[in-house]
Design a protein around this ligand. Structure first.
Ligand code: NAD
Length: 478
């Protein structure tokens, strides 16, 4: 017996959880269940995180968590429990298989079978945002080397274990050369270790277009958090219904399994919802727990039920479905098929057990780091770049001179274009043209002079060379 935590969540959550647990029990899953309360009820009791300390303790003790969707109340400072859970428990890999059930569920893509592996902890989801001037707000995009290494390796190990042939990487490193550039570089490095698996990279915009148009050309796709969030919903929806896909959130110690859809409050309490998404999450959980023969049994029974045309309202179609059923009747149909395999759809067989075994991340040794200057960000309501340049030149020292001023990343001084629109947020780059490592006191001197000269500095960023390589972006137009 394995002890897991479950939460029935909100909206359609309790109905699809009950249906899922009935199927698991009938299939012989060896599970003992601790139920916790998360979501709306917890939020409305005044818990802005949507979960109590006691519930955290149970989740952390049991390590494996099956969660139905929850409703995040709008406004009121409530934080998304999903994002909090993934980050607090270190669930760095979000695995979302999206496969079409053609011809039994209507889709434009009959041969689609894609697994999206989304980085789950970093990127713009660090949630570090600030308003800096009257006109400009900022959100920090943080990407780390260990974060990239873990997710990329997970994608290749997943492909190896599940006999997938190709891993594709999506980034936007033609624009974000440091952040997405690191993700792409780590992908290239790790791909070399998996010679039997094809690897390729697409810029995310054309990659997304190709995924929506010809998903049959993709196999496993790995990507940073935001692109993965958006594109996994697109991929699930184009298989026929967002209600069909499950998701695994995997960490080094804990794991959480769920449906990819939300709590669908309008369908709640009507015995209408499709429990397939949560059931798919539960099948991934059984595989993770090493109960692979039960996982196989449930998946084949589910495929047979799909093939028999026993469909909930979201996928029911007069031409392809045999019977329109509710949540409970769907679960009963799956249970009655538990010893059967699909006849037309390909049945599954899960041989290997347990979670993927990944080597521990080995931190790289620090390399030489040379400080060459500083970007000083200034709040200034004027519009003439020459004016701010002459103010800022008064801050120059022996070592640091003003080299360029940008506005929203584009060069406006020296020799800017008068057509460029300028906000009240100016980046003023002070740098040395020599090879020396400047002293940090030089930066303090600039800030000190800025205060004396009544210049409103809102932040600074140090300009480094790591291992002899420039590690900051140039201005557009520089
Ligand atoms: P949703 O996924 O709940 O619903 C989108 C559409 O899909 C609706 O038309 C709905 O009826 C349908 N649908 C979804 N699941 C279905 C199922 N199993 N069977 C049949 N039809 C289904 O998205 P939403 O309406 O944007 O969000 C509703 C609430 O869910 C919000 O409070 C949101 O914050 C929350 N949410 C939670 C999670 C989660 O807990 N993991 C994920 C996404 C959204």
């Amino acid at each position: 017996m394995q002890r897991i935590t479950i939460a029935k969540g909100d909206g359609i959550g309790p109905e699809i959880m009950d249906a899922t647990l009935q199927v698991l029990k009938a299939a012989g899953a060896q599970l003992e269940v601790d139920e916790i309360e998360v979501g709306e009820t917890a939020y409305l009791k005044g818990n802005t995180s949507g979960i109590t300390k006691e519930s955290w303790d149970i989740i952390r003790k049991n390590k494996v968590f099956l969660k139905a969707p929850i409703t995040t109340p709008q406004g009121g400072g409530y934080k998304s429990l999903n994002v909090t859970t993934r980050k607090s428990l270190g669930l760095y890999a979000n695995v979302r298989p999206c496969r079409s059930i053609h011809p039994f569920v209507k889709t434009k893509h009959s041969k689609m079978d894609v697994v999206i592996i989304r980085e789950n902890e970093e990127d713009l989801y660090a949630g570090i945002e600030h308003q800096q001037t009257d006109e400009v707000v900022q959100c920090l995009k943080l990407i780390s080397r260990p974060g990239c290494e873990k997710i990329v390796r997970y994608a290749f190990e997943y492909a190896k274990k599940y006999n997938r042939k190709k891993v594709t990487c999506f980034t936007k490193d033609n624009i974000m050369k440091q952040t997405d550039g690191l993700f792409h570089q780590v992908f290239n490095e790790i791909a070399l270790e998996y010679q039997d698996i094809v690897n390729e990279h697409w810029i995310v915009d054309i990659g997304a277009a190709k995924l929506a148009d010809t998903p049959e050309n993709f196999d496993v796709i790995v990507m940073p958090n935001l692109y993965g969030d958006i594109l996994s919903d697109v991929a699930a929806q184009i298989t026929g219904s967002v209600g069909l896909a499950g998701s695994a959130n995997i960490g080094e110690q804990c794991a959480m399994f769920e449906a990819i859809h939300g709590s669908a409050p309008r369908r709640a309490g009507q015995n209408m919802a499709n429990p397939s998404g949560l059931l798919q999450g539960a099948i991934m959980m059984l595989n993770h727990l090493g109960q692979n023969s039960v996982a196989e049994k449930v998946e084949n029974a589910w495929l047979k039920t799909m093939e028999d045309g026993i469909h909930t309202y979201d996928i029911y179609d007069e031409k392809t479905s045999a019977k329109r059923v509710g949540t409970k009747e769907f679960a009963k149909a799956v249970i009655s098929n538990l010893d059967q395999k699909p006849k037309i759809l390909k049945s599954v067989s899960y041989d290997e057990t347990g979670p993927l075994q990944l080597p521990a991340t080995v931190r790289k040794k620090p390399v030489s780091k040379v400080l060459k200057g500083v970007d000083v960000f200034v709040h200034w309501p004027g519009s003439n770049p020459n004016e701010i340049a002459s103010k800022l030149q008064s801050l120059e020292s022996n070592q640091l001179s003003l080299q360029v001023i940008t506005n929203r990343g584009v060069k406006v001084w020296p020799n800017g274009f008068e057509e460029t629109f300028c906000t009240d947020h100016w980046r003023c780059r002070f740098a040395t043209s020599t090879d020396v490592n400047i002293e940090k006191i030089e930066i303090l001197n600039i800030l000190n002079s800025a205060i004396i000269n009544n210049i409103d500095v809102i932040k600074t960023e140090n300009l480094y060379f790591f291992d002899g390589k420039q590690a900051f972006s140039m201005a557009q137009g520089q």
